[in-house]
Design a protein around this ligand. Sequence first.
Ligand code: 13P
Length: 256
Amino acid sequence: MRKKIVAGNWKMNLSIQEGANLIDTVCAQMPTLKEHQQVVFCAPYTHLHNAHLSLQKASKNNTFLGAQNCNPNASGAYTGEISIGMLKECGVSNVIIGHSERRQYFNESNEFLKQKTDALLAQNMQVIFCCGEPLEIREAGTQNDYVAKQLQESLFHVTADQLQQQVVIAYEPIWAIGTGVTASTQQAQDMHFFIRSLLASTYGAEVAANITILYGGSCNASNAAELFSCTDVDGGLIGGAALKPETFLPIIEAMA
Ligand code: 13P
């Protein structure tokens, strides 16, 4: 059975104390996760050490600490950047790469994301690889080609084993991020089915069936259950609704 995951992407929000309180409350109140279910907290860098201690204290199975970015280089003169080794030292096991906000505001290219993919895999990290189209591409009806290019240029060079053991794909239509507009269940399912078909034609049907594909974009307590009921939607990457226990917990419960 492929993994079901709810990952919270806090983005640039919350104080260190607020973050620790959020983890404490969510871990205390969430249902016991089944073997194939995971919850990941993707916190800002300054939170990571404390967040790791909170997760250790809560001692809940299948809960993991994630970062929102990394630099592919091991060390050196990269002012303001953070290495994968530094993240590991803080207890991080999962890293989001390719988020549309990083592509858009920090000009991250498919080639640069390919380097990050390789560096993370080499360091035995779990990768949450984001893809998704802007509104004008959706309106032109070329979203499948757009997403295929993102995946083919940054991810599909990895081996089937690496993909199955270390990679989760997150589809986040940019027009649905932070806008309150969610892709309809049909739109989400159609794109997830397309991504799985692409995986099948590249790696074979068996590998494709094992890859977790998350939906992100205004996923919240009211729409999570319906989105997660789609055949090819295996959970969510959650922004705004991951910042409070009362909005994040129902999304975790919707994984059941
Ligand atoms: P929102 O859930 O706030 O729309 O953000 C989605 C997202 O970008 C998660 O990575």
